[in-house]
Every structure is written in C-alpha cells, then in structure tokens.
Design a protein around this ligand. Structure first.
Ligand SMILES: [Zn+2]
Length: 84
C-alpha cells in the first residue's frame, strides 16, 4: 500500500537492504519487539513477498495460508454449484 507521501508516524517499513539486520526496537500496536531480525518470506501460492520482522512474517504467512485456503474452498463451492 502506497499512500501519497511518507507516513508521519513511522510505520514498519523495511527496505530490502534491511533483510538480515537486527532492529534494536520495533514498536507495534501490540507491543515492542527488541532485537528483531528482519527477514524475507515469499508466499508459495501467489509469490507475494514480505520483508519485516518474524512476527510480521508469521502474520503474512498465516494470512496468505488462510486466504488461499478460503480461495480454494470458494472455488470448490463454485464448481459444485455450477456443475452437477
Ligand atoms: Zn499468497
């Protein structure tokens, strides 16, 4: 999501150069992470890429897994309704 202009209150934005680095402190609405390693993950289903904390990566993976599972289920439902 690219809203126009830089965000005022620093959102968690990690450039690719930050992959593998340790961020001393990352503030999130849920809490503060110390010594957070910045990692890069891909979704095997759609190829989307995420760079950020492991916590964020976990959310990314879980979110995509849930989404694609839902997508598949919706497809199966649609096929069942359309066919037979
Ligand atoms: Zn995906």
């Amino acid at each position: 999501m690219n809203s126009s202009g830089p965000p005022d209150d620093v959102e968690e934005e990690f450039p690719e150069e930050s992959i593998g680095t340790i961020v001393e402190q990352v503030d999130t609405p849920e809490g503060t992470t110390f010594n957070a390693e910045i990692v890069q993950v891909f979704c095997p289903a759609c190829g989307e890429q995420f760079v950020g904390t492991k916590r964020g990566a976990g959310g990314f993976i879980a979110g995509h897994r849930a989404y694609h599972e839902f997508e598949n289920t919706a497809d199966i439902r649609a096929n069942q309704m359309g066919g037979a």
